[in-house]
Ligand binder design. Structure first.
Ligand SMILES: [Fe+2]
Ligand SMILES: [Fe+2]
Length: 474
């Protein structure tokens, strides 16, 4: 179905044919805008931002670019086109017809999954709301706002499902999505990671690289769902999400590149020398990476999970890229986990594959995370330096699953708690690291100019030059 931009709420779901739903969403729309004004990007609401808006849902060429003031962005409801050949792709009902409505027995499970996903979208906008004031360039400022408006649209995507398929309790959940706030004492966001403020751009790039990538894997597994409207919603969200990870990967890559430039210039890899020259040294980047990777791993849940098994059995939530697996039922297969034996050692344990779905997903995620590291390390090696960046072990600093609260070093070797505490400054960003990074966060607002701690990107947005005025400040 073509996208309709005439209606108050742009959509490709023929919203006009369901007056009740349309009215309910039109009622929610001003509440959303109020939230955006109050909890979205601080200031910049009257600046013209060079944003892309979806104008079709096919994988390529769906974006239209133009200068828009953020509150006038056309947030809408866009689902990928239905695939008439698609059937239930996994679990006990493998091969049967998809669900176009929510089956009664899965109603509360599906609602909880949709609410949890939906909650992360506005949460991240809230976490990032102050970053605009310290953007290293107009190019980066524009990318931040692009990510923010699209996370706002992802909230719309989930709210449409709640309103359209869950009746009155769905509408109540939609209201609460605007009432919880990141970091609030009384009414925080659902997941811990989404209550941490993101106060510097290195953290923002780490978040878009590691935490948005968790989002990508959650969306990929929901895009396999037998509940077809959810699957189609998530399929289209994934095309937007790709840009967020691009921002993370190129962002970290540019910080690394700037560090390399200075190491060459100074003829030194000494972190203090790099810092004195106004850029971020590799060990500091590594500590930020250790922090964000480990906290993002927890978002996949426990390594053995009866909930995950039930989601899979019931066809609610599949594996990312389910099509690549040979067995879509996984009734008899097992998965080998490595768990702590409680006495300082490691134990191999076979668990039913269905119960290990979170771990299967986490493994695909880790592989995907490695792609960026390979690229950044290639740049470091090419410049003739010995330093490199690595992902810590998935056992490191976990708070969920078998490895929760088991102190390990970065390689995953179990160490005494006292040793972990003593080496914390080696593993994770210190207060001094954060203060140093914060000291670099000075805004650069002249078109084409770049802060000294980050290299310019290889190219601009949508074939525009780097000097293009990506944000017209007002
Ligand atoms: Fe999102
Ligand atoms: Fe995202």
């Amino acid at each position: 179905m073509a996208m309709n931009y005439q209606d108050r709420i742009p959509n490709n779901v023929d919203l006009a044919s369901d007056r009740t739903l349309q009215r309910a969403l039109e009622h929610w729309q001003p509440e959303f805008l109020k939230w955006w004004q109050g909890m979205g990007p601080s200031d910049f609401q009257s600046s013209d931002v060079y944003l892309r808006t979806a104008t079709s849902v096919d994988a390529k060429g769906w974006a239209t670019y133009g200068h828009v003031r953020m509150p006038e962005y056309r947030w809408g409801i866009f689902l990928a086109d239905p695939d008439p050949a698609r059937r239930v792709g996994f679990g006990d009902e493998y091969g049967k017809d998809l669900w176009q409505q929510v089956p009664g027995e899965h109603r509360s499970t599906l609602r909880r999954l949709i609410v949890t996903q939906g909650d992360t979208e506005p949460a991240s906008v809230e976490q990032q709301r102050l970053l605009g004031h310290s953007a290293p360039s107009l190019y980066d400022l524009r990318n931040l706002f692009q990510v923010n408006v699209e996370e706002g649209r992802h909230l719309w995507a989930m709210v449409y499902l709640l309103h359209g398929y869950f009746g009155r309790d769905g509408r109540e959940e939609a209201e609460q999505l605007l009432e919880r706030h990141s970091g609030s004492i009384d009414n925080p966001r659902i997941l811990g990671t989404f209550n941490e403020p993101i106060s510097d751009w290195l953290s923002f790039f780490m978040f878009t690289y590691f935490t948005d990538r968790d989002g990508k894997y959650q969306l990929k597994s929901l895009a396999e769902s037998s509940f077809d409207p959810l699957a189609r919603t998530c399929q289209f969200m994934l095309t937007e999400e790709a840009h967020h990870m691009f921002v993370g990967e190129t962002g970290i890559g540019r910080v690394v590149k700037r560090c390399i430039e200075l190491m060459k210039e100074l003829g030194s890899e000494d972190p203090e020398a790099i810092r004195a020259a106004g850029a971020i040294d590799l060990p500091t980047i590594q500590r930020y990476l250790n922090f964000w990777f480990s906290s993002s791993l927890d978002l996949f849940g426990a390594d053995t999970s009866s909930n995950a098994a039930a989601y899979f059995a019931n066809g609610i939530k599949g594996r990312p890229d389910e099509g690549q697996y040979a067995d879509h039922r996984e009734l008899a297969s097992t998965y080998d986990l490595e768990i702590p034996d409680g006495a300082g050692g490691v134990l191999a344990q076979g668990v039913p594959m269905r119960n290990a779905m979170n771990e299967v997903m986490r493994n695909s995620y880790v592989k995907d995370c490695e792609i960026g590291l390979t690229r950044w390390n290639r740049a470091i090696a090419k410049a003739g330096f010995s330093g490199n960046l690595t992902l810590p072990s998935t056992r490191f600093r976990r708070t969920i699953g078998s490895w929760a609260n088991v102190p390990t070093d970065l390689r995953g070797t179990i160490i005494p708690q006292a040793q972990f505490e003593a080496r914390k400054d080696e593993f994770l960003p210190t207060a001094a690291d954060r203060a140093f990074v914060a000291s670099l966060m000075q805004p650069v607002t002249e078109p084409g100019k770049m802060a000294g701690w980050i290299a310019p990107p290889d190219r601009g947005i949508n074939s525009n030059a780097l000097e293009y005025e990506y944000v017209r400040l007002a």
